[in-house]
Design a binder for this molecule. Structure first.
Ligand SMILES: Nc1ncnc2c1ncn2[C@@H]1O[C@H](COP(=O)(O)OP(=O)(O)OP(=O)(O)O)[C@@H](O)[C@H]1O
Length: 322
């Protein structure tokens, strides 16, 4: 088991007038033992969705379920643990590595042995337990943050940009470690990253988020190889390389050049992507579906929240064949 499910989840910040619905009726499943990558431009709601899972963002609607049961709405020692981009934010600089890890472990038992076991899991020497975060490199700190997350013996890990603050030279080793641990411990994982090459390397499934909604979802190779949603295609095209798969997708690169980025404070009616979409309104003039009717959200099998996904895909394939 270990299936994480977001069921119709919404998260709202601020009041009625000036507020923002950062996550809007999201249905997303992380199947047991699988890694779901989550991509989308800056502000699309990825971190908020992640934080909602562990009780760090309030739910305005819906539920987050672990194996069908609602998760506790407070962060703590439960089945879903999160690792953040900046390990400084999850490690207290005044606590030793050992104390930080021990604090997250279940009470009772041999703490020293447990800390040593967890350090070993993340490939750090037991002597690190006596050190402080400032004495470690960025990569070592991220390993400690991972050990701290694993201390709670979670079923699911949520990784939010965990390698993007690290030197490029050590990103690979941390990524390999995470992937290895995910498999060895049969963890389910939601993996957020701006880097599509990284996401492809780690993930089994891929979800694409735009203005609080999941607009496309499916097996990672299907979504990247045959993207159905116009937004996904633009996201891929924004950092192309031979073969059509971008090497990296930073926030800046992900900003589409066709129009203003989507404003989460004022999402347009109908399909949220329609003001920037090259397909529906332009290719099919006179049809108001995109402006009037919101497409159904995309769920697990390869699916796109677009009225004209088939049409758009055909166009794309015709254009990319010489
Ligand atoms: N605590 C908060 N209070 C008010 N607004 C918030 C809060 N957290 C996030 N938001 C807003 O919610 C929207 C989604 O933000 P979020 O950080 O989830 O996006 P993201 O896709 O993770 O972006 P990035 O890739 O830059 O991390 C943004 O408009 C953001 O300004």
């Amino acid at each position: 088991m270990n299936e994480l499910r977001f069921r119709d989840v919404s998260v709202r910040f601020g009041g009625r007038r000036r507020g923002v619905t950062a996550v809007d009726r999201v249905d997303l499943t992380v199947p047991a033992g699988a890694v779901v990558g989550l991509v989308g431009e800056s502000g699309s709601g990825k971190s908020t969705l992640a934080r909602a899972a562990v009780g760090l963002a309030p739910l305005a609607g819906g539920a987050v379920l672990l194996d069908g049961r609602p998760l506790p709405r407070t962060p703590g020692r439960h089945g879903v643990q999160m690792v953040f981009q900046d390990p400084y934010s999850s490690l207290d600089p005044r606590m030793t590595v050992g104390a930080s890890i021990a604090e997250a472990a279940p009470r009772g038992g041999n703490t020293t042995a447990e800390v040593a076991r967890l350090l070993d899991l993340v490939e750090l020497a037991p002597e690190r337990a006596a050190q402080y975060p400032a004495q470690l490199s960025g990569g070592q700190r991220q390993r400690v943050a991972l050990a701290r997350a694993l201390a709670a013996r979670p079923d699911v890990i949520i990784a939010d940009e965990i390698t993007s603050a690290l030197d490029v030279s050590i990103q690979g080793t941390v990524l390999n470690l995470v992937r290895d641990l995910q498999r060895r411990l049969s963890l389910s994982m939601l993996f957020i990253s701006h880097n599509l090459a990284v996401v492809r390397y780690v993930s089994d499934l891929l979800a694409v988020m735009y203005l609080g909604r999941i607009v496309e979802c499916g097996p990672v190779d299907d979504v990247l190889g045959d993207p159905q949603h116009p937004y996904t295609r633009q996201l891929l095209a924004s950092a192309p390389r031979p073969g059509g798969i971008p090497t990296a997708l930073t926030g800046a690169e992900a900003t589409l050049d066709s129009a203003e980025p989507g404003d989460p404070h004022h999402p347009p009616p109908g399909c949220r992507f329609h003001p920037r979409c090259p397909v529906g309104p332009l290719v099919l003039p006179g049809r108001d579906d995109c402006r009037d009717t919101e497409p159904d959200g995309a769920q697990r099998r390869h699916q796109a929240a677009c009225h004209y996904a088939a049409h758009a895909s055909e166009q794309h394939n015709t254009r990319s064949t010489p």
